[in-house]
Design a protein around this ligand. Structure first.
Ligand code: SAM
Length: 232
C-alpha cells in the first residue's frame, strides 16, 4: 500500500479513506496482521495493524522488507493523448521502471490539459501491482520548445521519429547512460518541431520499425526497448 507518511522503524501511519476501506472491508485486516507499505523513497516496510475502527486504522512499521529501489535513469517524455491512452502509458511506464514521466505539449496535440491527479493515481496503482517501491516522478506539462531549450546534452534524447531514424537496437547500445525518449501525439510532430528536436544537443532520431505505431504503443515499446538494454 502506498502512503504519504515517511516510513521508518516504529513509525505509526494513520490510514483512512480508500486505503482504509481496502484494508478493512476488502482485505479484512485484523489486529496484528502485517501490511506492506511504501512511501516512494524508503523501500518497503512491514507494518502491524492496530486501532482498527470502521473507517480508519493505524499501521506501525516493524521492519524494512526491501531497500529503496534503484531506478534506471530514464525519462519518458510524451505528448498528452486521449484519456484512456495516456492512462495506459502511465501504468506501463511505471511497471517498466521509468524514473520520470514528463508530459510535453506539442502543436498537433489534440489534448492540451492533463489531470495529473488521475495520472498520479494510475502510477500508484501500477506501483502497488508490480511491487515497485519508488514512484516515477510526474512533472507538470511543458511546451516542447521549453523542453528542448533547457535540454542538457548529457542526457540522450532519443526521438521516436516515424519518418525514419537509426535502428533502435544499435542506437541504444551505442548510447549508454542517462536517457529520455520523446514520443509525439496522435498526429505526430510537425516538420518544424522535428527540425527543432533534431537540432537539440543530445537528440538521436530513432525508428521503432516500418509501421506507424499508435502513440501509446510507441511510448511503451520505446521504454521496454531501453529497459531491455539498460535496465536491471
Ligand atoms: N495516428 C496514430 C495514433 O492515433 O496514435 C499514430 C500516431 S504516431 C504519429 C505518434 C508518435 O509515435 C509519433 O510522433 C512518434 O513519436 C511515435 N511513432 C509511431 N510510430 C513510430 C515508428 N515507427 N518509429 C518511431 N516513432 C514512431
Amino acid at each position: 500500500l502506498h502512503v504519504e507518511t515517511l516510513l521508518g522503524e516504529g513509525v505509526a501511519v494513520p490510514v483512512d479513506g480508500n486505503g482504509a476501506h481496502y484494508l478493512i472491508s476488502v482485505m479484512r485486516v485484523k489486529p496484528d496482521d502485517i501490511v506492506l507499505l511504501f512511501d516512494g523513497k524508503s523501500g518497503e516496510w512491514a507494518a502491524r495493524a492496530r486501532d482498527i475502527r470502521k473507517r480508519d486504522l493505524v499501521l506501525e512499521c516493524v521492519q524494512q522488507t526491501k531497500p529503496p529501489e534503484v531506478v534506471p535513469d530514464f525519462w519518458l517524455c510524451c505528448a498528452p493523448i486521449k484519456k484512456g491512452r495516456i492512462d495506459l502509458i502511465a501504468e506501463k511506464a511505471c511497471e517498466l521502471g521509468v524514473a520520470r514521466l514528463q508530459p510535453v505539449l506539442t502543436r498537433r496535440a489534440v489534448v492540451d490539459k492533463l489531470n495529473l491527479d488521475r495520472l498520479h493515481a494510475h502510477l500508484v496503482e501500477a506501483a502497488e501491482q508490480c511491487g515497485r517501491t519508488a514512484l516515477p516522478e510526474l512533472t507538470e506539462m511543458v511546451k516542447l520548445d521549453a523542453l528542448l531549450k533547457g535540454w542538457s546534452a548529457e542526457r540522450h534524447l532519443f526521438f521516436a521519429d516515424e519518418t525514419g531514424g537509426a535502428s533502435l537496437d544499435e542506437t541504444l547500445r551505442a548510447h549508454p547512460g542517462p536517457a529520455a525518449f520523446l514520443v509525439g501525439p496522435e498526429g505526430g510532430f510537425d516538420p518544424a518541431e522535428r527540425d527543432a528536436i533534431r537540432a537539440t544537443p543530445g537528440a538521436v532520431p530513432v525508428s521503432l520499425g516500418p509501421r506507424i505505431l499508435r502513440a501509446e504503443t510507441a511510448a511503451i515499446a520505446a521504454t521496454a526497448a531501453w529497459m531491455t538494454v539498460n535496465g536491471d
